[in-house]
Design a protein around this ligand. Structure first.
Ligand SMILES: [Zn+2]
Length: 162
């Protein structure tokens, strides 16, 4: 695990997202890496729970904090299947996450059926200007980054929605 590349870490997050979509949940997954090791993972469980704050990144951060018995994730990096929304970015900031690396962009997510509100998009743009290196796109092919959304859309079009 110590030898995993950024690409492999992103693939892990994308696989979590794809598996989550296959179970009828939204196609988002994230992992937390600290000192080269994956210490926590999370997937979007908002549909199952009815809790709209259960985004993959938030879930992964909650799990990491619970595992380490701390609210301080200094040095940790979030690898996520999709560009984090403002709630997830804020959760990373308040827990001292070092940075967040994503696979699919918000624009790609929107194209695949998950548009953000204009207000959220506007805030995201402002935050990017304020902290341009905090949330960055990782090294992963766009086709691979889109796979969780494809799995979600395939499941919906075949009528096997939960
Ligand atoms: Zn989010």
């Amino acid at each position: 695990m110590e030898d995993m590349t950024e690409r492999q870490l992103l693939e892990t997050a994308v696989q979590l997202a794809e598996t989550n979509a296959a179970t009828g949940q939204r196609p988002f997954g994230a992992i937390i890496v600290l000192h080269g090791r994956i210490i926590a993972e999370g997937v979007n469980t908002a549909l199952a729970s009815g809790d709209p704050t259960e985004h993959a990144e938030v879930q992964a951060i909650r799990a990491a904090c619970a595992t380490l018995s701390t609210e301080d994730l200094s040095g940790a990096v979030v690898y996520t299947s999709c560009e984090p929304c403002v709630m997830c970015q804020a959760t990373g900031v308040v827990t001292n996450v070092e940075r967040m690396v994503f696979a699919a962009s918000s624009a790609e997510a929107a194209e695949m059926g998950f548009p953000a509100s204009s207000r959220a998009t506007g805030m995201q743009g402002q935050w990017r200007k304020a902290a341009p290196t905090y949330v960055v796109r990782g090294d992963i092919p766009p086709t691979l980054a889109r796979e969780p959304f494809a799995a979600w859309n395939a499941r919906r079009t075949t009528g096997s929605v939960v």
